[in-house]
Design a protein around this ligand. Structure first.
Ligand code: AMP
Length: 325
């Protein structure tokens, strides 16, 4: 890390800590359709603030998902609470993805994130796209100030976020700092093994959907894979399309596959696209279809089958040119 960047990071962290100290009410938002890093960074930060400043009122907002009850539950709060509050938005690159659109109603707003900073918002912004996860950043924030204290539950939450966004330390964003932070967290009184087990476990319907994905995946000659999970396909699995995202990493386990797209039909008939890659960056392709994200993990939308075909053909070209075919 360059000295300049380090200086900038430390001064931003200092500003964030000052804001946390200055406000009595703090409301933490995260992104819609949350993953363990969204939950982990949101609730991990809330736990750190509550442990450090027991008199502050700290709330985590956003839709609660039963599958994440093991991490914690969100709070329902009145609009009035925002009046004099500090709002911290974690793990959310773009404003339309913030869960609960009251995030602008606080007195001050902070963005803490590890996605490319395509949408700059907040009075203070701390964005590190190279970081493995927002949970790793929250641990860095904790370490930056003697005023902050951590507890076992915060550790468990941040660890859950880190293993979620690194695919259990598998993805290239996993750095020596990621391992260092995980090692520090593992010193706290929670079971890393239990967190791994819960986060990796799937129920029978999900196992059957995984089998369907492996069975029906199409792979082009270049190594671009895709599958369309329409309502008709998903209905017999009885999962609800929010849970289907658990199948997104699966094609990456196949050695023939370099990049892949999973199309999941939404209630309005359009498709949510999950794009992943082990080689070429796919976030520019995601942007072409109204989305964005990381180089190797992005999301977008397709309105109909023509757009699906177009995404597949562009993904195929991308992989072919990456391999120099
Ligand atoms: P997903 O495939 O939904 O797990 O999304 C992977 C990543 O892509 C997320 O972590 C976000 O960074 C990004 N992403 C997903 N959907 C969108 C979107 N509609 N707009 C911008 N970025 C997105």
């Amino acid at each position: 890390m360059s000295k300049m960047f380090n200086f900038f990071k430390l001064s931003t962290q200092r500003k964030i800590i000052k804001a946390i100290c200055d406000f009595d009410t703090i409301i933490i938002h995260r992104h819609q359709r949350p993953d363990p890093d969204a939950y982990g960074s949101q609730m991990g930060l809330a736990n750190i603030i509550k442990e450090s400043f027991p008199n502050k009122k700290v709330y985590c907002v956003g839709k609660q998902y039963q599958s994440f009850d093991w991490l914690g539950t969100t709070d329902e709060i009145d609009d009035d609470v925002y009046k004099n509050a500090l709002v911290i938005v974690v793990d959310t690159a773009n404003q339309p993805r913030v869960d609960d659109d009251r995030y602008t109603q606080g007195k001050m707003m902070i963005k803490i994130d590890h996605h490319p900073n395509d949408d700059q918002f907040g009075d203070i912004m701390w964005v590190e796209p190279e970081a493995s996860s927002t949970s790793e950043l929250i641990y860095d924030l904790f370490e930056s100030s003697k005023k902050l204290k951590i507890n076992a539950n915060a550790g468990r939450l941040l660890y859950a976020g880190i293993i979620g966004d690194t695919g259990r330390f598998k993805y290239p964003s996993t750095s020596s700092n990621t391992f260092r932070v995980a090692s520090e967290l593992a010193k706290l009184d929670f079971s890393t093994s239990e967190v791994n087990t819960i986060e990796s476990s799937i129920d029978l319907p999900m196992a059957r959907l995984s089998a369907y994905v492996y069975e029906n995946l199409s792979i082009t000659d270049s190594g671009a894979a895709y599958i369309v999970l329409s309502d008709e396909v998903l209905e017999p699995f009885n999962l609800g399309n929010e849970r289907t995202s658990a199948v997104v990493p699966l094609p990456g386990n196949i050695n023939q596959v370099t990049a892949w797209a999973i199309f999941i039909q939404k209630e309005d008939g359009t498709y949510k696209i999950s794009l992943r890659s082990k080689g070429p960056a796919i976030n520019e392709l995601a942007k072409e279809f109204g989305g964005g994200g990381h180089d190797l993990a992005s999301g977008a939308a397709a309105k109909d089958e023509d757009e699906i075909k177009s995404v597949i053909s562009k993904l195929d070209e991308l992989v072919a040119s990456y391999k120099g075919e």
